[in-house]
Design a protein around this ligand. Sequence first.
Ligand code: GLC
Length: 557
Amino acid sequence: MTERAWWKEAVVYQIYPRSFNDSDGDGVGDIPGIVEKLDYVDELGVDAVWLSPVYESPQHDNGYDVSDYRSIHSKYGTMDDWESLLAGLHDRDIRLVMDMVANHTSSEHEWFRQSRADPDGEYGDYYVWREGDADEPPNNWKSFFGGSAWTYDEEREAWYLSLFDTTQPDLNWRNPDVRAEMHEVMNWWLDKGIDGFRLDVLNLISKPEGLPDGDPSRDLVGSEHFVDGPRIHEYLAEMHDAVFAGRDIVTVGEMPELTLDSAREYTGEDGPLDLVFPFEHVQVDFGPNGRWDVGEWTLPELKSVLDTWQRGLDDEWWTTLFFENHDQPRSVSRFGDDERYRYESATALATALLTLRGTPFVYQGQELGMTNTTFESLDDVADVDTVRNVRELIADGVYGGYGEVRGVVEARSRDNARTPMQWTDGRHAGFTDGDPWLPVNDDYEAVNAARERERTPSVLSYYRTLIGVRGDSEPLRYGSYELRYPDDEQLYVYERRLDGERVVVVLNLSGEPRTADVTPVGPSAALLLGNYESVPEAPGEPFDLRPYEARLYAESG
Ligand code: GLC
């Protein structure tokens, strides 16, 4: 029997502040802009907001490069603005989950300035430094953003480790002072009354002694050493005791290369965290050369990955559900059909997201069916990850030039998720009165919140209804899960059961109509929801499903 918790029942909405709503016309979203839209968030029916970093930052990685954990980035507003946001959310019974970046800081953080200036000073050992020849990095580890994970610092005359951008030096978690500082920062925010943390790349914080070379044949060289490193469980247990214990909060760890076994260790009754984000299901379309290569994905494969995590994290554990976030392309372009069946496929995917077992995370704009964008040249891409990785692939001759890699960039770039939120069909989609920091997606006249509100059916109204249906359904929130027809290439069908009640989710995740050979629901079932307006067939008869049709049936007994 699953123990109840508010965060198991919650639907979480992720806001990426830079791209949500700009209140002052500087082209960058801000906190007062979010406050203006709180009724919109409330009407969606979500229970919590995860806010991507709003701390002071030079923004080389849009805020995941923090230069001061205790202040608000000036373009986003002030601490008073942030207090209004917290109050505005709490007034609406919406919780606030802040993003905490514990693996690295910005190179403009005071700790790093002092660390590079004075190796023997208080902050000298706050980062991962290695002396040595300026021509030869200390080991062969690679950065997630491409190239070596090491940068030679002329000032200190030593190398520092940065698993992301060179402006994001990794903190040295072996140093107890670093751990104590980060615990203090987290407690400081929790004492302000927030409701939890999403913890950025949390399973990377432990680096092994000696920093051994990695196996050069791995996708990300060195990751066998820095993913789930040797002291990770010690650090997280300590963090749990110093920060999380005794508070009514949720903790969600972002965990690259997460396996089911390690997810079980990190969560569950004795684990330090409540939730983790697995990534396997958003890797099914990687090509033979990994992330910067696009491959074919199949529905049986996607179902099988999701099924493994659904079954693997059942009673004792709990999982997260997501198809999008600020690092992923838009799901309707990736797993649906954003041209012919945008409404149908966006709502079919929404149905899976909100009816599988776990805590669903909806990313801003997903509820509008926002789509991937286009990038005519690499100069149109702002994302440091795409720019660095793609430049390296071109330099290494993997791709002949931008023309050759463009399709991959357009399928994969994180900027797909970061184009401004589309509020209206007006200038810059109503996001800003100035010039947006990243161009609005060309489809904003057809895809925007104002239009989605007026139109029936619409992706937005379907999300609202579905979130309500989930909230009223005990089987959908806490029921067991069982997959039917695992090998079917069009159908995604599963059951959720609790105390004699059964909800059957029937999805046609393809652009072709489909007759189901075996009816998955009995004659006494009632239709709870569907994404097409009329659903003619009586339950108990074989089904005719239209392209991307989604239906939910409930049955008792
Ligand atoms: C996480 C964030 C991503 C960021 C990286 C480095 O993966 O989600 O946006 O670039 O960590 O902080």
